[in-house]
Design a protein around this ligand. Structure first.
Ligand SMILES: [Ca+2]
Length: 294
């Protein structure tokens, strides 16, 4: 709005500068008319001699105005009529400029009103956005709480399922999952259930797990992932909780002695018929065993 006001002021100054010279010329043109009136009253002495010479023959026919004088009157009359026709044109121009300035002023007023209205609506919108943000924060807190409760419930369901459907050994329960997964996929699946990939830590747990798997798949034989690998360092076998494996149950026979895969096979599986351990390619898709705390 400040720029618009400055623009209006500049336009006004320009308009006045245009109008004042015109009015000045008007006055200069109107002077002879006054002088003509003054000639009759004898006050024409203050006027220039040239004008006196032009006006005297008109008002003093007695001064012996001949044919030449009459011709001068005829030639001078159109010159004096010019100001009387130019003045209305100047007035019309000024009136037009003033009317346009009035229109501009009205437009600026309307813009001011629109700007105020926009400010009010922006303030209302800011209030609404603040309210929505507060509601979103509440919804987010509720969602986090719901997610936490859901995870706790899922872990509890996994624990109950593992111990009801699986095999309990000491303070843990093993549960066979008949889904084909890679080693990493099996790890995630057990975690999503609230458990871990099976980690038989001693002979008691190993024998209980082997008996459970043999009975589950009898008379078949299926390999199952355990939570043991040497992915971090070759021949350094660790459980998935990072603890080192101290008890092993590798298959040992004249046909095959495990582990034999070197750096190609770094994840450990259990064969369901005899419970022996085999090293396998970690990307191989196999069934797996989860364990849950009781
Ligand atoms: Ca290996």
């Amino acid at each position: 709005m400040g720029k618009a006001a400055v623009l209006v002021i500049i336009v006004c100054i320009l308009a006045l500068s245009v109008c004042q010279p015109e009015t000045g010329s008007l006055e200069s043109h109107s002077e002879p008319a006054v002088d003509k009136a003054a000639i009759g009253t004898g006050k024409e002495r203050s006027q220039p001699e040239s004008q006196d010479q032009e006006t005297e023959p008109l008002n003093s026919p007695e001064n012996g105005g001949g044919g030449e004088e009459g011709e001068m009157v005829d030639t001078e009359q159109p010159r004096e009529s010019e100001p009387t026709t130019a003045a209305p044109e100047v007035d019309d121009t000024c009136s037009y400029i003033l009317s346009r300035l009035t229109d501009v002023d009205s437009a600026i007023h309307r813009l001011n009103v629109a700007h105020y209205t926009l400010d009010v609506k922006m303030a209302q919108m800011a209030d609404r956005v603040t309210g929505i943000a507060a509601r979103l924060e509440e919804v987010w807190d509720t969602l986090e709480l719901t997610t936490r409760i859901s995870q706790d419930s899922r872990k509890e369901i996994g624990r109950l399922e593992g111990c009801l459907k699986g095999r309990r050994v000491g303070y843990k329960c093993f549960l066979i999952i008949r889904l084909y997964e890679s080693y990493a996929g099996a790890l995630k699946n057990c975690q999503d259930r609230g458990g871990r990939l099976a980690m038989p830590r001693d002979r008691k747990e190993q024998e209980a797990l082997a008996e459970y798997c043999r009975g589950f798949f009898h008379p078949g034989n299926w390999p199952l992932w355990l939570g043991i690998s040497d992915q971090r360092s070759e021949d350094l076998y660790l459980f998935e909780d990072g603890t080192r494996v101290t008890f092993f149950y590798w298959r040992k026979s004249y046909l095959s002695s495990q582990p034999d895969g070197g750096r190609r096979e770094n994840c450990v599986g259990l064969s369901s018929d005899d419970g022996d351990w085999w090293d396998n390619d970690c990307e191989r898709l196999m069934y797996f065993v989860c364990e849950f705390d009781t």
